[in-house]
Design a protein around this ligand. Structure first.
Ligand SMILES: [Zn+2]
Length: 495
């Protein structure tokens, strides 16, 4: 059976103010006392009228460019009836008939090797105001309007997806797009990004789409994957039994790992859309459009492509660099310094080109920098391994005096101790003369003599104990040799 999936994604925009009033647009409501971030506009007092925040519009328009959309000019806002008491005006403002951003497309990599590409089409990306919150306490329902009329953008795709992996990789790309360009934080755990998934199956490509089932409001990649798998199995099972099912919306009960029926089409709510009378049509002037066309955006897909094509980066390097915007900027900054530094001093670049530098920087970001970031729950800038320090490190690396595995240790010590690289090299003895073959063989023999019990173990356990010897020899040689050479020598000695 073939899977067909399309998505409706809500992303909370990061702006100073709410969408239609001057209240602060808090990114995290959890710590905020109820109803402390409200005003006459977002609580719908009779005299108050909404005005669209320019910043919200600008961010929505940047997204237009990032998603390669076409633009409707003019576009308009519409009223959508809302049937719960957490919005005092009983409607949401959205864009149904003439949304600003239409017909976009997003390219991304589907596999974690970054070798397979996909393009997904966007039907529209429209602005929408969020609702308030209802809190149920015993027999009462309390209302909190802090979130009322905060800005959202809803992105609706075409039914282009054929697997759960595609969906997840697309969402990751989307998350990077909005984060890199400061449109939104899109933290799913904080509900700053959530996703409705529409799933149907059919036997072959030429068949019409099967009856779709919508699973609403998911806020983790794992939940989305599970929901798609569950629906695929459930629908295939019904299909095989020749049973029909109706178009329906299902919510997710994650404790049961399956979707349950929320509402079927028969009682689907009628939202009664109509053009918003309080807001004029949105007309963009030429200078705004020109300004937008000229603005340069950071598109992760393009960055990954460049890394692959220009620098032949390994997937581990790419993963480390693109993990967040700060790390990406850090990498690009050091790289551009290297370029300038090289022009100024006319020093030969490592391995003769910028790619050599890029590789060295990427390698060290993937280890030890990323490891220390994770260990200490810090961002790259909080780690205090400044770009100046990285430059000091690169100078040492460029002199070619110490080995790669020593360089690794030098940087790790620089991060942990704040010492300068020369000091560390001296302390660790990395400045001692290189070890010749005879001396290395003697050290290997010595290590084996010192550990008869483990040599005995080797007979039974073979390679698992070898790393112990490698480590001992490396220590005694001040990391002057590469582990592979040591490994070979030990095997030779033991055979
Ligand atoms: Zn307000």
């Amino acid at each position: 059976m073939l899977l067909t999936i399309w998505l409706e994604i809500h992303i909370k925009l990061k702006s100073e103010n709410k969408m239609f009033c001057q209240c602060k647009n808090e990114q995290n409501f959890e710590n905020l006392q109820a109803n402390t971030n409200i005003c006459p506009v977002c609580t719908w007092q009779p005299w108050a009228l909404p005005t669209l925040s320019e910043e919200v519009l600008r961010k929505a328009l940047i997204l237009w460019k990032a998603l390669n959309c076409e633009i409707n000019n003019p576009s308009q806002f519409d009223r959508k009836s809302y049937f719960y008491p957490d919005l005092p005006m009983w409607y949401q403002i959205t864009q149904l008939y003439k949304p600003t951003n239409v017909k976009g497309k997003v390219s991304f990599f589907v596999d974690n090797e970054y070798s397979q590409e996909r393009t997904i089409h966007i039907q529209d990306a429209h602005m929408e105001s969020d609702t308030g919150k209802m809190i149920h306490q015993w027999w009462e329902a309390l209302l909190d309007f802090n979130r009322a009329w905060t800005p959202l953008v809803e992105i609706v795709t075409l039914p282009d997806f054929t697997s759960a992996d595609e969906v997840v990789e697309f969402l990751k790309e989307l998350q990077r797009i909005v984060r890199y360009n400061n449109i939104a934080d899109a933290d799913m755990e904080k509900w700053q990004m959530r996703c409705d998934v529409n799933i149907s199956i059919r036997e072959k490509e030429s068949d019409p789409y099967g009856t779709r089932v919508e699973v609403k409001n998911m806020n983790s990649f794992a939940a989305i994957k599970r929901a798609i798998q569950y629906e695929y199995d459930r629908q295939s099972d019904l299909y095989n039994k020749w049973e029909k099912f109706d178009q329906q919306t299902r919510g997710r009960d994650d404790t049961k790992w399956e979707s349950y029926l929320m509402r079927s089409k028969e009682d689907a709510l009628d939202y009664r859309y109509f053009p918003e009378p309080d807001l004029p049509p949105l007309l963009l002037d030429d200078s705004t459009l020109q300004h937008l066309s000229a603005s340069i955006l950071e598109i992760p897909y393009r960055i990954i492509k460049k890394f692959k094509q220009e620098f032949w980066f390994h997937k581990e390097y790419i993963n480390a660099i693109i993990s967040d915007k700060e790390t990406l900027d850090y990498f690009l900054d050091i790289l551009s310094h290297c370029e300038k530094w090289n022009e100024k001093t006319n020093a030969p670049l490592i391995k003769g080109d910028l790619g050599g530098f890029a590789k060295l920087i990427a390698k060290r970001i993937s280890w030890p920098i990323s490891a220390r970031m994770k260990e200490n729950f810090k961002s790259i800038n909080e780690l205090n391994f400044t770009k100046d320090k990285f430059q000091q490190f690169l100078k040492i690396a460029q002199e070619w005096k110490i080995l790669d595995n020593q360089l690794k240790i030098v940087m790790d010590e620089m991060i942990k101790t704040w010492k300068n690289p020369e000091e560390i090299i001296k302390e660790k003895g990395f400045d001692k003369p290189a070890i010749d073959n005879n001396e290395l063989e003697n050290i290997v023999k010595l290590v084996l003599q010192e550990n008869p019990a483990i040599v005995e173990q080797y007979k039974w356990w073979k390679t698992t104990t070898l790393w112990f010897f490698v480590w001992q020899v490396m220590k005694k040689t001040w990391w002057k040799v590469d582990p592979k050479t040591v490994w070979d020598k030990i095997i030779k000695e033991l055979s």
